[in-house]
Ligand binder design. Structure first.
Ligand code: UDP
Length: 454
């Protein structure tokens, strides 16, 4: 490895879907010769197990339990801003007289105050987007007055630079229902208040995947597409030791999952997960359960402990060897297994990228946030799956789910979907391999830091 010269602090929001891509980015930078230090909160720090990057605590003011301890989302974010700015500054100072002072902060775009701290020290600052570049550009355009909230179903579709026309149900929930999500919307919009002052804006995506958007935003943002941030072993790359993310806020059940998957034929299993934040309505859980049962396929379902009581007892008693329900798994390991032939997903951005990277056809059952837009792209832009339709009560019924499963696994369109899934897997591997678009973009950034101008 080249002698380390630049030193980057990578600051993450303390949630699984944020730690994974930011930690992965830190590891990628370290593999290219920079010193990288991941900064995360005290209560998430013990969930991280990597040896190529430094790990340092940064406080959100709730060191025992984080977000759950805070009286409200607004209070949490305010505290993170105040206490986080101070502890980030202390962390930069701590390295000040070391052989490798910090010369860049890459921060989760949800924590925009980190830009001010970096500026205070005269070092480089870069935002890291954990949503798709497309979704972030929608927020940015709204923050810049291109469209005014609330958006109304009657005025659809909306058109924005670099994006296909979007219907009301394709919008991120924060835009479709701004009053319902006002604290989140404020947080989302704040990330763009001084956005243009960043030296780089990193997006966990790749140029081929969001090519129109890349064109539309070039020259508007200092946008650099560096993804997908998936451990390299899953993309057939040979970066030593890079076989998983290295962070688990919950304990995975790897052995149990792999042993069970080994007993199933290729492409026979449906993997079901709604990510780390899911709070799926009990009625919806019930419909998914019976939809799975009636599809007559094997399934592996991640159901967080807090959600387990939503499963109908009758269903639990009826599944036998056909289904395995676990509280958390190593998702990449599962998606990469040859037995898995379909991914029922909430379309969180990481899960979407992981499904795409591993070539697994998807059924999108989006819940909130950016997920509806991702699900639309899965179905219509990249054509690697379908999006389940909701009934008038907002529920994906068991019949609808059964039909979607059929469509991606055996139906008329399944051949085309599988072909596209394979194609995107190849594109993904190419983007991150030596000289691929994302790899080149990371190299250029590393080169700039190694020059040590700041
Ligand atoms: N994940 C996992 N095991 C699980 C479920 C999810 O490791 O049982 C990981 C998954 O691989 C992804 C992250 O958790 O990297 C979830 O991020 P995503 O953006 O998909 O959804 P969020 O949790 O933010 O809603």
């Amino acid at each position: 490895m080249e002698k380390q010269r630049g030193h980057v602090i990578v600051l993450t929001y303390p949630a699984q879907g944020h730690i994974n891509p930011l930690l992965q980015f830190a590891k990628r930078l370290a593999s290219k010769g920079l010193k990288a230090t991941l900064a995360t909160t005290p209560y998430t720090i013990n969930s991280i197990d990597v040896d190529t990057v430094g790990i340092e605590p940064i406080s959100d003011g709730f060191d025992e339990g984080g977000f759950k301890q805070a009286p409200s989302t607004g209070a949490y974010l305010e505290s993170f801003k105040t206490v986080g700015s101070r502890t980030l500054a202390e962390l930069i100072l701590k390295f000040h007289d070391s052989a490798l002072p910090v010369n860049c902060v890459v921060y989760d775009s949800l924590l925009p105050w980190a830009l001010d701290v970096a500026r205070q020290f005269g070092i480089y600052a870069a935002a890291f987007l954990t949503n798709s570049a497309s979704v972030c550009s929608m927020y940015w355009h709204i923050q810049h007055g291109l469209l005014t909230l609330p958006l109304r179903p009657e005025t659809m579709p909306v058109s924005m630079p670099g994006l296909p026309p979007l219907g009301f149900s394709d919008l991120p929930s924060f835009l479709a229902h701004p009053a319902r999500y006002s604290a989140y919307l404020t947080m989302i919009m704040e990330q763009f208040s001084s956005f243009e002052q960043n030296d780089w804006v990193f997006a966990n995506t790749f140029e081929e995947l969001e090519s129109e958007l890349a064109k539309a935003m070039s020259g508007v943002w200092p946008l650099v597409m560096i993804g997908p941030m998936v451990p390299s072993a899953y993309l057939d790359q040979q970066i030593e030791g890079d076989t998983d993310y290295g962070a688990n806020l919950w304990k995975p059940t790897s052995d149990q999952c792999l042993r069970w998957l080994e007993t199933k034929p290729p492409n026979s299993v449906i993997y079901v997960s709604f990510g780390s934040m899911a709070d799926v309505a009990a009625k919806q859980v019930e419909e998914i359960a019976w939809g799975l049962k009636s599809s007559n396929k094997n399934f592996l379902w991640v159901m967080k402990e807090s959600e387990n009581n939503k499963l109908p007892v009758e269903f639990q008693n009826s599944i036998d060897e056909m289904g395995l329900i676990v509280t958390w798994c190593n998702q990449l390991e599962v998606l990469a297994h040859q037995a898995v032939g379909c991914f029922i997903t909430h379309c969180g951005w990481n899960s979407t990228l992981e499904g795409l990277s591993l070539g697994v056809p998807m059924v999108g059952v989006p819940q909130w946030s950016d997920q509806p837009t991702n699900a639309k792209f899965v179905e219509e832009l990249w054509r690697v799956g379908v999006r389940a339709k909701r009934d008038e009560e907002g529920i994906v019924t068991r019949e609808e789910l059964k039909m979607c499963i059929r469509e991606v696994m055996v139906g008329e369109k399944s051949g085309e979907i599988k072909g596209n899934a394979y194609k995107w897997r190849e594109f993904t591997k190419r983007a991150v391999s030596r000289g691929g678009s994302s790899d080149k973009n990371i190299d250029e950034f590393v080169e700039e830091l190694l020059k040590g101008k700041r």
